[in-house]
Write a protein that binds this ligand. Sequence first.
Ligand SMILES: [Zn+2]
Length: 404
Amino acid sequence: MNHDEDPRQPTHEQRMEGSRIINWLDEQEDGLITQLRGYVDTNSGLDNPTGRGEILDDLQKRYEQLGFVCRRLRHEQGFVHLIAARPSTKPDATKVMLLGHVDTVFNSDSVFLTFQREGDWASGPGVGDMKGGLVVTQALLGGLKQVGRLGDFDWVVVHNSDEEIGSPTSREVIERLAADRDVCLGFEIGRKSGAVVRSRAGVGAFFINVRGRAAHAGMDPHLGASAIVSAAELAQRIAALANPSLQTSVNIGKITGGERRNIVPDACKLEVDVRVRSADEATRVEQALRAACEELVVPGTTAEVFGHMSRPPWQRTPASDRLVHHFQDVARDLGVTLEAEDTGGGADTNFAGSMGIPTIDALGPVGQGAHTHDERIKLHSLITRAKLCAIALLRWEKADRAEA
Ligand SMILES: [Zn+2]
């Protein structure tokens, strides 16, 4: 390699490889849309382990055709995760992790069940979140295989089936497999603007059961201890833990309690959502929330806390910024301006990103309306995202070495 050249400028050989990938992917669009339609028409909601398993079966078959070794991790709660790996024979191969979940928020009794196409738009449950991303993953690997470069990378792919409920059974495996990776790519739905995600807030979900003592509101009010009054006061103190200047938000999203007007209520429940940008804030808020529950103002009431910070904050680092800039350079070379966003939403990339692994997310197709009945994507972006990822990975090795 000529060390005098600009490390960001692709070599002639890389440009030729890039053109071959682009040409090949341009011919795959119909096949990718058919693959996506099959996934979207297969319901994979929380109540549908069979549907999730069918999608994993199809993915596994495709990974095996690409020379990956696949295994399934089965959890007691019925969640099955697919791990596909393809080690490289090259000792200095870039170690890449690809993340994509097969579950959606739409259960089998949803009225939103099928793939619909209107020109370049497609809608359907999970079309963007994130079955489209599963298709992009396959396409980028196919493109690299086409130019004989698949074996230049050490691959680990995780397709889990519990992301939409916070990845309780797949978190451990994602963290374990992420530990030695050089790069992690997540394939959540791309932003409407086409932007990718370069950091995510940490997410906490807390459920607080306040207990008091029931009594007749007219005859014996002095014998009661109102769980509602206690919970209302507690809610004020918990909400005050927010710190907008640090982008820490605390939302009491649901409060339920009491039985009827003339009974002092003996139970009240709070559901609290916490978003933080740093590990310090995660610790501060969780400790203060638990302390607040120990110090109730209404005598005779108690509070029990369930839940935790389920996704740690993924913050930007110099290494992750370098990866993002690299993708932006490649996008520019492909004629696209690629923006990068920091988001308050949590996903599986929180795990790799919080470990300091250079990570990018929202590399799935460009779209909008995730988790609604208006979920839709631009079909052509399946191809443009696959081109971007394949070519960016090919050129990443060079940029990495040039800096070393
Ligand atoms: Zn989702």
